[in-house]
Design a protein around this ligand. Structure first.
Ligand code: PLP
Length: 416
């Protein structure tokens, strides 16, 4: 164990004293991570769900190299540039309905903060005070900043200790049953005058445990939010860009949210970039002769040109290559490969949605032991809570996908 004073890097979600030292990555390519010493790991989770085209795609690399030499960064206050203009127009064209107004930031959590601020200020701009809370769903995760944390599952351990510092939101179960739907309807009615919006992760609560729900549940949420006159914020930070088999998860429910958050795969996993996209109705509430009606947010690296160039190149790949068909093929293979594990007594459930496959254990496994077993098998995954999951690059080849499934099968059989 290294002495405390030698730990210059503070690592995410990590007890620095007891955690095993991290593995050192020295290169990436396709679906593989090369470690110091030359060993390769197959990446089963695409670097926290970002690298949808695999690592180092030459088209994205070339676009970034070109932008790097031209203008890697320029401030966005008072200036604009072609990569952002083009990306904004392309996102508006790709997103459903009139989600046409794009606010760029640099992480998923901040995209959520902006969505929450948009929702709160929307009402103020309309002359209605007191709407300072959002309705969020149990099991949800929206990020690690204060507003985003306040909308995460309130019982979930990671953020609970900060409870006293956070705005208190209204929480409901996802409306999977008629009773849940009635409870949601009643909560919306009861809190209507203090609510600014409803926020949901469409089709799958990712960090909450890869908890999937059918499109009808999402459609019900959209319908009830509308009935109570509340904007719906769809957090597609995990699901956006093909992960669930369609470009955006909302498409499967045929809904158009009022505000939609994107990040993670937006740049194909190369650069930190996020977008909060609003409909024309939302945007128009900020369109005014009053300076005070403007949205007061503006990160220093907003719309970073290098990140926008990477995102444009990533969208080129969605146009030129069959990513959605690849996601669907991965879904079929995950279903076929992982479903038999549900027969093991130590497995509670196997869930597959698009290019997401999760095995939930009946008990809580020893996570460090699980991770070690996977690395021994040449696989990089990050089990958490009571699940191990696969969210590979959409471009992963069949051989590597089969190796991932074989590793999950072998490790699950050994521990469950
Ligand atoms: N929202 C969702 C649905 C996420 O899955 C995440 C990250 O996992 C976030 C927000 C936060 O994104 P970031 O880690 O980029 O701040």
């Amino acid at each position: 164990m290294t002495a405390l004073e030698h730990h210059h890097l503070w690592r995410p979600y990590t007890q620095m004293k007891t955690a095993a030292p991290p593995l050192e990555a020295i290169a990436t390519r396709g679906s593989r991570i090369t470690l110091k010493g030359g060993r390769e790991l197959i990446d089963g989770i695409a670097s926290w769900w970002t690298a949808v085209h695999g690592y180092n795609h030459p088209h994205i690399a070339a676009a970034m190299a070109d932008q790097l030499m031209r203008m890697p960064h320029v401030m966005f206050g008072g200036l604009t540039h072609a990569p952002a203009e083009r990306l904004g127009a392309r996102l508006a064209a790709l997103l459903p309905g009139d989600l046409n107004h794009v606010f760029f930031t640099d992480s998923g959590s901040v995209a959520v903060e902006v969505a929450l601020k948009m929702a709160v200020q929307l009402w103020l701009n309309r002359g209605e005070t007191g709407r300072t809370r959002v309705l969020a769903f149990r099991g949800g995760y929206h990020g690690d900043t204060m507003g985003a944390m306040s909308a995460c599952d309130p019982e979930e351990g990671m953020h609970r200790r900060f409870g006293a510092y956070l705005p208190t939101q209204v929480f409901c179960a996802l409306p999977r049953t008629a009773e849940d739907e009635a409870a949601l309807d009643a909560a919306l009615a009861r809190h209507r005058h203090e609510l600014a919006a409803v926020i949901v992760e469409p089709l799958v609560q990712g960090a909450g445990g890869m908890l999937t729900h059918p499109p009808e549940v999402l459609a019900t949420i959209a319908r009830l939010a509308r009935r109570h006159g509340l904007p719906l914020i769809a957090d597609e930070i995990f699901t956006g860009f093909g992960r669930t088999g369609t470009l955006f998860a909302c498409e499967q429910a045929g809904i158009v949210p009022d505000i939609l958050c994107l990040s993670k795969a937006l740049t194909g996993g190369t650069m930190a970039l996020a977008a909060t996209v609003a409909t024309t109705e939302i945007f128009s509430a900020f369109w005014s002769d009053e300076a005070s009606a403007a949205l007061m947010h503006g990160p220093t690296f907003m719309a970073n040109p290098l990140a926008c160039a990477a995102a444009n190149a990533s969208l080129d790949l969605f146009e030129a290559e069959p990513r959605l068909a690849q996601a669907q093929a991965i879904a079929a293979r995950l279903q076929e490969g992982l479903a038999p594990l549900s027969r093991l007594p130590g497995v509670r459930e196997v869930r597959v949605l698009g290019a997401i496959g999760a095995v939930q254990f009946a008990g809580t496994p020893e996570l460090a032991d699980l991770k070690r077993r996977f690395v021994e098998r040449g696989v990089w995954v990050r089990p958490f809570g009571d699940i191990v999951y696969l969210t590979p690059a959409l471009t992963i080849d069949a051989g590597d996908l089969d190796r991932l499934i074989a590793a999950v099968t072998a490790v699950t059989e050994a521990v469950a």
